[in-house]
Design a protein around this ligand. Structure first.
Ligand code: OFO
Length: 166
């Protein structure tokens, strides 16, 4: 059995993952319309990943005999003034998700719920990776600025950007 409080924070995580999925879909669409097909593919992929994160949580909650709440969605931001702005939104969104993951982990420790704690460790690592990726990408913009050639190459090469794990 999971406590009411933990079910509540898990359900808010489901909503955050759902919102992130729609937000990245909106970003993919913006990039596509503006001719950045590499970036569009990146965010279509991210959107799909967030949907998987959401489903993983839904199944976990239901399989533990509780009830996952399928959330209503917030309206995704759809206007961006630059690629850099797009990726700052990405970082902010991931930071927001990480905050809630930390909240859940904190609550699990408070209540000594090691099963949910263990399940959440996958999300802890995933968030560390995603934030590192967003920061690595934002660092590239410090070099590129608004240089059109730089943006063109960035869009072409984005799928090869890796974050080295230490
Ligand atoms: Fe699932 O929010 Fe990041 O990856």
């Amino acid at each position: 059995m999971i406590s009411k409080k933990i079910v509540e924070v898990l359900n808010s995580q489901i909503k955050l993952e759902a919102n992130a999925s729609m937000q990245y879909l909106s970003m993919a669409s913006w990039a596509e319309i503006n001719g950045f097909n590499g970036v569009a593919n990146f965010f279509y992929g991210q959107s799909e990943e967030e949907r998987m994160h959401m489903i993983k949580l839904i199944k976990f909650v239901n399989e533990r005999g509780e009830k996952a709440i399928i959330p209503g969605l917030d309206k995704a931001t759809s206007e961006f003034d630059s690629l850099q702005n797009l990726f700052s939104t990405f970082l902010k969104s991931e930071e927001n998700v990480t905050n809630n993951v930390n909240k859940i982990v904190f609550q699990c420790l408070e209540e000594k719920d090691y099963t949910v704690h263990n399940f959440m460790q996958w999300y802890v690592s995933e968030q560390a990776e995603e934030e590192a990726l967003a920061r690595t990408i934002l660092d590239k913009f410090k070099i590129i600025g608004n240089d059109k050639g730089g943006l063109y190459l960035f869009d072409r090469d984005i799928e090869n950007i890796n974050v080295s794990e230490e």
